[in-house]
Design a protein around this ligand. Structure first.
Ligand SMILES: C[S@@+](CC[C@H](N)C(=O)[O-])C[C@H]1O[C@@H](n2cnc3c(N)ncnc32)[C@H](O)[C@@H]1O
Length: 200
């Protein structure tokens, strides 16, 4: 199973944003929505082997994680507005004290930031995506349980990089140029697809 974890430093965990103006009313949730589409959706379908986590860190008083599970997700449309509407509804859900609370098939929400994800990531090979790090094309990538961690338009905070390193993450890149998060995800997914097609 592949996992993509996207950290939104400004994205707020609140349903109180305008669908007509997502970027300026949500703390750039649009960046995360495009990343979600790139990670989970393919032409006319959903990647059943993929989970995407949107980590909403924009309000320190209320940090939350939205989880999208390709194996169970239904009726996800690829346009940003429709995905934003799905997130809006999910963010109205009250979270249980611990772990993820189901919202609807394939979608769940949890309180907390990166640390709340650890139970889901502890058995995964962790990879932090960072321009200039070791080229993923020449790196061995675990085939079974993997998690790829990416920043938003701002990038990853030093504390998050340090947390990942402490938890055994390897740093990899898709080349020397800093790209948009969604494009990096598309390249990583394509790299994994090619390897799978060649038998690993
Ligand atoms: C728009 S970039 C962030 C740019 C930000 N100004 C910075 O310096 O980190 C968004 C995220 O995509 C990932 N990323 C961008 N380019 C990459 C590359 N060439 N290789 C691997 N990851 C990349 C990183 O995780 C980054 O945090």
């Amino acid at each position: 199973v592949r996992r993509f974890v996207i950290l939104g430093q400004k994205a707020r965990a609140s349903a109180d944003f305008l669908l007509a103006d997502i970027p300026s009313t949500s703390g750039r949730l649009d960046v995360l929505l495009r990343a979600l589409r790139a990670g989970l959706l393919v032409s006319h379908g959903v990647r059943r082997d993929t989970l995407v986590y949107l980590v909403l860190l924009g309000d320190p008083a209320q940090r939350r994680v939205l989880r999208f599970e390709g194996a169970a997700a239904r009726y996800l449309r690829p346009d940003e507005r429709s995905l934003a509407s799905t997130c809006k509804k999910a963010l109205l859900t009250e979270c249980a004290a611990d772990g993820f609370t189901p919202v609807r098939a394939g979608i769940a929400v949890a309180d907390g930031g990166m640390e709340s994800l650890w139970p889901e990531l502890r058995d995964c090979a962790l990879y932090v995506l960072e321009p200039g790090a070791a080229d993923i094309r020449h790196s061995s990538i675990e085939e079974a349980e993997t998690a790829f961690i990416l920043g938003d338009h701002i990038g990853l905070e030093p504390a998050t990089r340090a947390w990942c390193a402490e938890h055994g993450a390897r740093f990899v890149s898709v080349g020397p140029t800093a790209l948009y998060t969604e494009d990096v995800i598309a390249i990583v997914a394509n790299e994994l697809d090619r390897r799978a097609a060649q038998g690993g």
